[in-house]
Design a protein around this ligand. Sequence first.
Ligand code: ZN
Ligand code: ZN
Length: 384
Amino acid sequence: MPQKQDYYETLGLRRGATEDEIRKAYRRLARKFHPDLNPGDKAAEERFKHLSEAHEVLGDAKKKAVYDQHGFYSENMQGGPPGSHPGPGQPHMDFSGFDFTDMFGAPKDEQAGQPNSRFGDLFGQFFGRAQQRRSEPQRGSDLEYALNVDFWRAVKGTQARLTIQRHETCGACRGSGAAGSNNIVCPQCNGSGNVTQQAGAMKFNLTCPKCEGSGRLRNVCTACHGEGRTTAGDQVEVKLPAGVKPGDRLRVAHKGNAGTLGGPPGDLYITVNVEPHPFFEREGEDLHIKVPVTVWEAALGTKLEVPTVEGKALLKIPQGTQNEQKFRLRDKGIYNQRKDKRGDLIVEIAVQAPLARDERSREILRELAQLHPEDPRSDMWSKI
Ligand SMILES: [Zn+2]
Ligand SMILES: [Zn+2]
């Protein structure tokens, strides 16, 4: 069986590409996938084989004409010498001398409008359809965007406006890709979707290459070149719920790419990135903050004003509070709208030693030291 390969597609070209375009496309791709440049890469090797095969046919005016007409090419079709060798993987079919129209009934011309004749079916099985039909509506693809959100806006919830590039349904043709409301009958097959080809003495039916078997041709919309959609910048309003976290993914339904031929649009997904705060750190719905206190505040105990999501809160620290000691302020963390739950605020104490640059301060501290001869490291030595 031959490879079901669209040579134009292989070269990344549209049907009807010029000789020059074919040559350039082949050179560019062959350079990229050449086995010498991709040692051991099986996929590249396969790709290179396909490229060579496509170029062998499309790069040759005679073979290209046959391919364009039939949707495939085989050495036997050119009326080469009898018994000429078929290409690798191609069936050797030599029908010269047979008139299939006698065997399979009336010639094609008399059965216009009917499905493929029996020979057409047989042929279709051998070669597969030359081209896939593109007439099915398809859902548009999803889009992914990242959104940076300021710390407080993420905590409190916010509205964000995003400019995205998306495929939109073409306004000129309302997504059909066709100009005007009427399709026209394909002139090549007169609407039957099949064409009769004669090669030597044999006649057979093929799917019409011009209309791909549909029997109709579209007047192509000039605004979208038949795609049914155009690319445009779009403004999307996104509502971020309070408590949105870094890495949260929000779905905005139907704001992805437009579908083709009237297919439904895809969705837009927004991944949230929350900018860090200079003092607050987040852990789920809990907030952490380090609050500096003086030695005497820690030693004597005091009331501290600490910042929270909703203004200031009062925190009482007891006598003899130690460095790195933590205090939990219940329900003073982040409110999560989706969980309807509020986290806590965890305050860590950072005791700061006084610099004591003046003699009077040093005097007081030395006095204090005499009042407290205990060694904070004694415990350490006893355990080593
Ligand atoms: Zn259009
Ligand atoms: Zn046709």
